[in-house]
Structures are given as C-alpha cells and as structure tokens.
Design a binder for this molecule. Structure first.
Ligand code: F3S
Length: 393
C-alpha cells in the first residue's frame, strides 16, 4: 500500500501512540482488501456502543483508547446504546448495566464523538453529501448513505470506523471505487408501496442475493427516506447488502448498463414467504417500533393513528425508539405517543437487554425481525404498525 509522507509519520508513531495504532489497523485492513492507498473521509459513524454487545472487554478497549489520548479528527456520531440515557428505569434496566453503559458513552464523548446514539444520523446530526467518502459502521445507515445519498462507505466494523475517525482517512477499496459500485443483479419488484412492504421486499431480496448490489425496477418514484431506510435495514440484516440502486430513485442508478445482468422477480409469493419466515409469535408482550429509529414523519403518522384512542388494560408494553433530536422536534406528537408507551431515545429493542424481561416482541421491521430471535431470544410478530396496534386499543 502506498502511504504519503504524512501518513508514514503517523505510522511511525510521530503523532502519538493512539494515532499510530489506528493507522496500523487501517493499513492492515487495506492490505487484506487490496487497497492501493488511503482516502480522506468527511465523517464517521461508530457502532459498538451498547454494553450488552461489547461487555467489559469493549469497555476496557475504550478506556485504553481514551487513556492513550485517542481523539477523532472528523465529525463522528454514535449508534444506539443499551438504554435511554435518562429514562433507563422505564426499560427495566439494572443499575449495574446503567452505570457501565453511561461509562461507555462518556468514553466516546472524551474522544470527541458526538454522543447522538442513533442509527439514523443522516436525518440530522451527520448528513453526508453526494460523492463524500465516509467510514460508517451501522449496516442500515451505511447502505442508506451509499444508496439514497450517493456517499461512499464500506461496511465498516466498529474498531475500523473508530480508527478511520481518529486518522480522518480510510483504506481506499470496495465501495469507495466507481467500478465496485455497479449493480450485479436486477430485481423486478412489485410491492404495495407501504413502508412495511419495503421491509418485506428487503427481507426477500437480502435472503436471496446475500451481499450483491441489486438494481431495483418497479419501485414507486416517490420512494422517500422512510421507505429507503426500511429497505436498507432489511437487506443488510437478511443478507449483507451495503448498497442498492433503484430506477428513478437513487442518484447513481442511471450510470449503469443493466441489460446483461441476471433478473429476479420479487412479487406477492416471495413477499408472503418472507412474512411467514419473520413471524414466529401469535401474541406479544412488547411492541417495539423504530428500527431504524423513527423519523419525524413516522412519529407524526403514529400520533395521528393513536389520537383520541385509549390503551386497553393488559395490552402489550409499547416502546417507540427514535433519536433525542427527533423526540425534541415533535414534542406535541410525542405527548400522544407517551399515553401508550415511552418514546425512547439513544437505544433500540435489539441492543437493549430486553431478554431479561420479555420473550415475545412485535415489530414492523424486518431487520429487528431477523435480530430479535438471535440477539434477544425473542419470538417475533412482524406486521405493519396498524396491525400491531390492533392489540393495543
Ligand atoms: Fe437501529 Fe437497532 Fe434497528 S440500531 S437499525 S434500531 S437494530
């Protein structure tokens, strides 16, 4: 790999031990993936922030980083953590967990990371522009920014994204390069256009194509942020899709000749199969919405669905997961939601330790539907929001 003199200086430890270690990791990754050089990034988004997923080993790793003087050198945001940093008692979180979780967030803060704790930073705190090179480590968010915005990132891991944030560069390979962003399969999709139908589509496509880059035909032209985030999240979880194109929707779709590519149709039958696979529970104890985090528009829509209704006694607990910034922006609608359950920030149903309290969870997200059984030992009901709410009022 070719390093510039300033990069060699970092690798030689002339700018401190923490930058040396970060550079060492970037160079190692670059060698593994055949990168020719490093490329500057405009932002990073870091995962590996929930105490449930990183445990005491992760806490020690972060303490060592801070002890060694690690500081990010580009704007960097943080993924959801294991609890709402203020309202954790409403989530049945233990004091011990809360203390360790607070410590993790504090350590990220000491490194200069914005402790936004959301998987949708592209709705406010961290919005890349078309063509920006970034290092993002949340599978749904990185697919969203690659595809819907046209920024460029690989599917980074937590330590790789942190190293990139510290150095301000990442190894230049994969989706940073024009050729590697080309689609390799065409998906002819037939969906009803609801957000939930994008989630099912993502489930069907992700489990069929694995990690390839699909080019969608037939998606509604008004595919917006909510639809794109549902599709990105589901494909990243059911497969390992890090980028997609959609005719008349995504900015790079027109660049590619798709005439010779394999064609796959995803229609009613495939969507029904995806639905069947995701649904393993007939009733639930918790309904958790906001995977990825609810946007302002989604909060307003849920509020108008719930307005004037009363929560049935004995109905499931409900959590609405969003970012702190979004929660603040729609305070009026949040008040309506709060009559049914807490509007939680900083966290989600997958990275929170819900398995200590619940065993059957309802969600409208195929991504959560994939992870709740494996990471949280849950049986799952995966339906659109209106259907889930039938159990509630
Ligand atoms: Fe976000 Fe948690 Fe889903 S991090 S994408 S809400 S699994």
């Amino acid at each position: 790999m070719e390093l510039r003199p300033d990069e060699e200086r970092i690798l030689n430890g002339e700018e401190g031990e923490s930058r040396r270690k970060a550079m060492e990791l970037l160079v190692a990754l670059g060698k593994v993936y055949g990168a020719e050089d490093l490329i500057g990034i405009s932002s990073a988004h870091l995962s590996g922030a929930s105490y449930k997923t990183i445990g005491d080993g992760g806490l020690k790793y972060l303490s060592d980083q801070v002890g060694g003087g690690a500081k990010v050198s580009v704007p960097a945001t943080l993924n959801p953590v294991g609890m709402d940093l203020c309202r954790w008692k409403e989530m049945h979180i233990s004091e011990e967990f809360a203390v360790k979780q607070q410590k993790i967030v504090e350590l990220y803060g000491k490194m200069g990371v914005m402790t936004t704790c959301s998987c949708t930073p592209y709705t406010g705190a961290n919005v890349p522009r078309f063509g920006d090179h970034v290092a993002w480590a949340e599978s749904s968010a990185l697919s969203f920014v690659n595809s819907f915005i046209g920024a460029r990132t690989n599917r980074e891991g937590g330590p790789g994204a942190l190293a990139a944030a510290i150095v301000g560069k990442t190894a230049n390979y994969g989706l940073h390069l024009d050729d590697m962003r080309a689609p390799s399969v065409v998906i002819d999709a037939d969906i009803d256009g609801s957000v939930f139908s994008y989630s099912l589509l993502g489930q069907a496509v992700g489990s069929t194509i694995g990690g390839r880059i699909p080019y969608f035909r037939g998606l509604p032209v008004n595919t917006g942020v909510e639809e794109a985030k549902a599709l990105s999240a589901a494909m990243a979880a059911a497969g390992s899709v890090a980028m997609w194109h959609a005719e008349n929707v995504t900015p790079e779709a027109g660049r590619h000749d798709i005439s010779d590519l394999e064609k796959i149709s995803i229609r009613k039958k495939e969507l029904e199969e995806a639905y069947e696979k995701l649904n393993t529970a007939d009733d639930v104890q918790l309904i958790a919405l906001g995977c990825p985090h609810l946007t302002e528009k989604e909060i307003r829509e849920i509020a108008s669905m719930l307005k004037g209704k009363k929560k049935k006694q004995g109905s499931p607990e409900i959590w609405f997961c969003t970012s702190a910034a979004t929660r603040e922006k729609c305070a009026e609608d949040v008040r309506i939601l709060e009559e049914f359950g807490p509007v939680l920030a900083d966290t989600c149903m997958v990275v929170a330790p819900i398995e200590g309290t619940f065993s059957r969870t309802g969600t409208n997200s195929a991504k959560a539907g994939n992870y709740l059984p494996t990471l949280c030992s849950q049986s799952v009901m995966c339906k659109d929001i209106a259907k889930l709410m039938e159990a509630v009022y």
